[in-house]
Design a binder for this molecule. Structure first.
Ligand code: TYD
Ligand code: MG
Length: 454
């Protein structure tokens, strides 16, 4: 009998090494390396079931003869999830949903199972039937064709799939799956890779979409080998803090759609509710005028979004002033401060500057530059800005304001939310008529200072 091949895997990041060591070379975690037996016979379980499931024949088709229409996507009946997926689930696709514990992965997927008017098989290795029933009772939806399976053994799961023949399979979570044919413990890298590969083959052959839940490691990536993210078609990440009311989903990878879209939910007593007007949510409701606050009109994917920016400029206590930004690129903040020094004559060299984008969002859109400047100037001068004014423009290195794309959409969003003035760069094109919002077009930072403080 040939000797079984063994290798060492980090259980945190999936890095493979030829010998045991105390610390993983890749993720630098301690005591995470475990010896696993490598199994060369792939997809054993799938092979034993493949005759029982109707599968797509392996046959070459001319590219021109393949028909794609939007109906071929399976809508999850959840607008936000559909948007992030690019319009719904593609038949035969595997989607991985990752996120911190307690953020709402199981809640979202149970909700999807209950909202869908099709046969769904929800496989949970983490919760019992009763626990899932209790959770389902909190969500105000019902699907008579929602089947719950409390199982971790891949072989038994496949038996149930063949028996039930569902239109959607949900696995909560991939880390709990265990296959007898793989010689290592549940949650190990070999098990994870083995069961994912079985499920992916299954999905591709039968056209049944599969959604997997993945745990995440301390640094926020999905636990297990990176290869899992390469294998699946779509990776969706839950963001935000579980202590906050709001949860954001974002596609990190999407073979069938854009990765720009986000979905925003609110965690309530009845599960995750879609937030219809995210801009309203991100703006504080206080009527107090505070210095250092300003509102920017930005784009998240294809949607305009109003966000609040806060700055604090104070005298530096230590020799080197501190600059810190949350949700904004700190290099860009340094650039903006340099522009303010050089072009507008502000002495910020002896000041600490802190910048925060509220709501826990991370904004890369340069159109918030002008709003960042307005909030820094407001805090520097200790003069509050009007709560009815918002900004959208990129700022160039010579202090000139630069036009940004989709300006009409941004103005409309600001008007919808009751702003009376929007400050933008001086573009050449003319605008459609707006009744309740004034558009101020400026050329350079000096114009902004005149507008705000003179
Ligand atoms: P859960 O969905 O189990 O998170 P995950 O699967 O990502 O670990 O839990 C989400 C949290 O939300 C949990 O702490 C309980 C809470 N929750 C509500 O506030 N309202 C609800 O209706 C439900 C079902 C859960
Ligand atoms: Mg869960």
């Amino acid at each position: 009998m040939s000797k079984a091949k063994k290798s060492f895997f980090c259980q945190n990041c999936g890095n493979e090494s030829s010998q045991w060591q105390g610390q993983c070379n890749s993720c630098k975690e301690w005591n995470t390396i475990i010896e696993e037996i490598l199994d060369s016979s792939k997809n054993k379980i799938w092979d034993s079931f493949s005759e029982k499931i109707p599968i797509n024949p392996s046959k070459s088709i001319k590219l021109n003869e393949i028909v794609i229409n939007n109906e071929s996507r399976l809508s999850t009946n959840d607008v936000e999830l559909d948007r992030v997926l690019g319009g719904g689930l593609i038949p035969g696709s595997v989607t991985l949903i990752g996120g911190e514990p307690g953020i709402g992965k199981s809640t979202l997927l149970l909700q999807v199972s209950l909202k869908l008017n099709k046969k769904v098989l929800y496989i949970s290795g983490e919760e019992s039937h009763k626990q899932i029933k209790l959770r389902a009772d909190r969500i105000n939806h019902n699907n008579p064709d929602c089947f719950i399976l409390n199982e971790i053994e891949t072989e038994k799961i496949f038996k149930q799939i063949v028996e039930i023949n569902p239109s959607l399979i949900i696995i909560d979570s991939i880390q709990t799956l265990y296959s007898k044919s793989i010689n290592s413990s549940a949650g190990s890298v070999s098990q994870l890779r083995g069961s994912s590969s079985e499920l992916i083959t299954f999905s591709k052959k039968t056209n049944i979409p599969v959604i997997l839940v993945g745990h995440i490691t301390k640094d926020g990536s999905i636990a297990g080998p990176k290869v899992l993210e390469h294998m699946v078609d779509t990776v969706i990440q839950f963001e935000g803090d579980r202590n906050h009311l709001y949860r954001i989903i974002r596609a990190k990878k999407n073979r069938y759609g854009s990765t720009n879209e986000i979905g925003i939910y609110e965690m309530t007593n009845n599960g995750l509710n879609v937030v219809n007007n995210p801009s309203q949510l991100l703006l504080s409701n206080t009527n107090l005028s505070l210095s250092g606050h300003s509102i920017a009109s930005t784009m998240k994917g294809l949607r305009p979004l109003m966000i609040e920016i806060q700055s604090l400029v104070s005298s530096a206590v230590y020799g080197t002033p501190q600059r810190s930004a949350t949700g904004f690129n700190s290099k860009r903040l340094n650039m903006i401060l340099a522009i303010l020094e050089k072009k507008a004559g502000f002495n910020l060299g002896s000041k600490d500057v802190f910048l925060n984008i509220t709501g826990g969002l991370n904004i890369e859109d340069p159109s918030i530059d002008l709003s960042v400047i307005a909030s820094i100037l407001s805090s520097y001068n200790d003069i509050p800005l009007s709560k009815k004014m918002c900004f959208t423009s990129e700022v160039g290195l010579s202090g000139e304001l630069r036009p940004v794309p989709k300006i009409e959409q941004r103005i409309k969003e600001a008007e919808k939310l009751g702003f009376d003035t929007i400050v933008i760069a001086n573009p050449i094109k003319t605008f459609s008529k707006y009744n309740s919002i004034k558009i101020k077009q400026l050329n350079k930072i000096e114009d902004l200072i005149n507008l705000l403080f003179n």
